[in-house]
Design a binder for this molecule. Structure first.
Ligand code: PMP
Length: 426
């Protein structure tokens, strides 16, 4: 008997390429067919066949308060009743801008957009306009949205410029992007020695969450800051994932590094399409209408998205919020590690705030190459076994996972006992 999930996936592939509106949803990495969801509440969501899952994806990060948090929903409903969009300034936009500037001191001015891609693309253009330079540096395995300049992989040989990682990206554009290894300060210094005065910006995930989870080495972030300052290049922290996820003061607070520009998304929109970029006033003043760098958006600062964001940002400021989230996430990663290792499985895990990484490997990876060396088949087996037991992890060995404030010890324990029974039969 085919399930409604299967039927919908077959049907979707006829009208939507690959049946999905964003590639990772298609389960290509883990195999099988994706789950279609119909509703969510707290730490759980339900598929179209009525099966429930404990959710460790949280829509890829935004749902730090879990699904359909009553206060967020109430605010969104009340705001929607007053009109969905005006295409003109609102008081709530000012409120969220002031709040983000207060919570993240490196952000003196901010502009709201609708997706992380848009924020990253705009920050790069702004850095180029500000410095009058074209070259940018990114790191292998970091994802900053699907802007042409950022869909680039390393070229062959030392210090060569990047190659497009997607068809449709002109080599001329990719050629301005230099791709280096994450956590490799030596190559970074070498690149700045040779090309420092041509580099407009370095963009980095201060904790990498798009190649599973890779923690930054402290000296890597310090070197980045020092080199960008020395060479007048703009340091862009992509905190779309880490922003208000690893702590209230984000990754830049956790590691005590002040970037020039920050891009945000996910949590700040509370589950609605909203993102932002901001930073030093001197740089932000290059943006239209005051400056010469053009950037715009019909739905930028959308009132309903702003309302969801404000409600979320209000709740995460409650005392003990991050302590709780961090402890629960650690309970999950430590529990999984103990259970797997007890059964002799090469497995380890780590967490930073409310994000975590699971690795079928003897050691916690610190680079793209080390992540790639993890046992992907073992992850896929684990993923599907957990899915059957009603636990939904990211459908790829190369994505970070997320815990919400609605995950209680009971959900974590249920997850751990599901994993224990799988590891026992491994
Ligand atoms: N930067 C990072 C670090 C991300 O994780 C993502 C999305 N996963 C983006 C940028 C792009 O954001 P969006 O999908 O909203 O365009």
């Amino acid at each position: 008997m085919t399930s409604r999930n299967q039927q919908l996936f077959e049907q979707s592939q006829k009208v939507i390429p690959g049946g999905v509106n964003s590639p990772v949803r298609a389960f290509k990495s883990v195999g099988g067919y994706p789950v279609f969801f119909q509703r969510g509440q707290g730490a759980y969501f339900w598929d179209v066949d009525g099966k429930s899952y404990i959710d460790y994806v949280g829509s890829w990060g935004p749902l730090i308060l879990g699904h359909a948090h009553p206060e967020v929903i109430r605010t969104v409903q009340a705001t929607a009743e007053k009109g969905l969009t005006f295409g003109a300034p609102t008081e709530a936009e000012l409120e969220i801008a002031e709040l983000i500037c207060k919570l993240i001191p490196s952000i003196e001015q901010i502009r709201l957009v609708s997706s992380g891609t848009e924020a990253g693309m705009s920050a790069i253009r702004l850095a180029r306009g500000f410095t009058g330079r074209n070259k940018i540096i990114k790191f292998e395995g970091c994802y900053h949205g699907h802007d042409d300049a950022l869909l680039v992989k390393a070229g062959s040989g030392a210090l060569t410029f990047g190659n497009p990682s997607s068809a449709g990206v002109p080599q001329e554009i990719a050629g301005h992007t230099i791709v280096l290894d994450y956590n490799d300060s030596y190559r970074l210094e070498e690149t700045f020695d040779k090309l420092g005065n041509e580099i407009a910006a370095v963009i980095v995930e201060p904790v990498a969450g798009n190649m599973n989870l890779i923690a930054p080495k402290a000296e890597f972030l310090t070197t980045l800051r020092t080199l960008c300052t020395q060479h007048d290049s703009v340091l862009i922290f992509d905190e779309v994932m880490t922003g208000f996820r690893v702590g209230l003061d984000c990754a830049q607070g956790l590691y005590q590094i002040k970037p020039d520009l920050t891009i945000l998304g996910k949590v700040i929109g509370g589950g609605m399409p909203m993102a932002a970029f901001g930073g030093r006033r001197e740089i932000m003043q290059y943006l239209a209408p005051v400056g010469a760098v053009y950037q715009a958006g019909t739905l930028s600062g959308n009132p309903v998205a702003v309302a969801a964001g404000l409600a979320t940002l209000k709740l995460i400021q409650e005392t003990g919020f991050y302590e709780n989230l961090t402890n629960k996430t650690r309970q999950l990663t430590e529990g999984l590690t103990v259970s797997a290792q007890k059964h002799g499985i090469d497995f380890c895990a780590q967490s930073i705030g409310g994000m975590f990484g699971l690795y079928f490997s003897k050691h916690i990876p610190a680079s793209f190459a080390e992540v790639m060396a993890c046992d992907k088949d073992a992850f896929n087996r684990f993923f599907h076994s957990m899915l059957i037991k009603g636990v939904y992890f990211a459908p790829s060995a190369f994505e970070a996972g997320f815990v919400s404030s609605m995950h209680d010890s009971s959900e974590i324990n249920e997850t751990l006992s599901a994993a224990e029974s799988i590891f026992a039969d491994w």
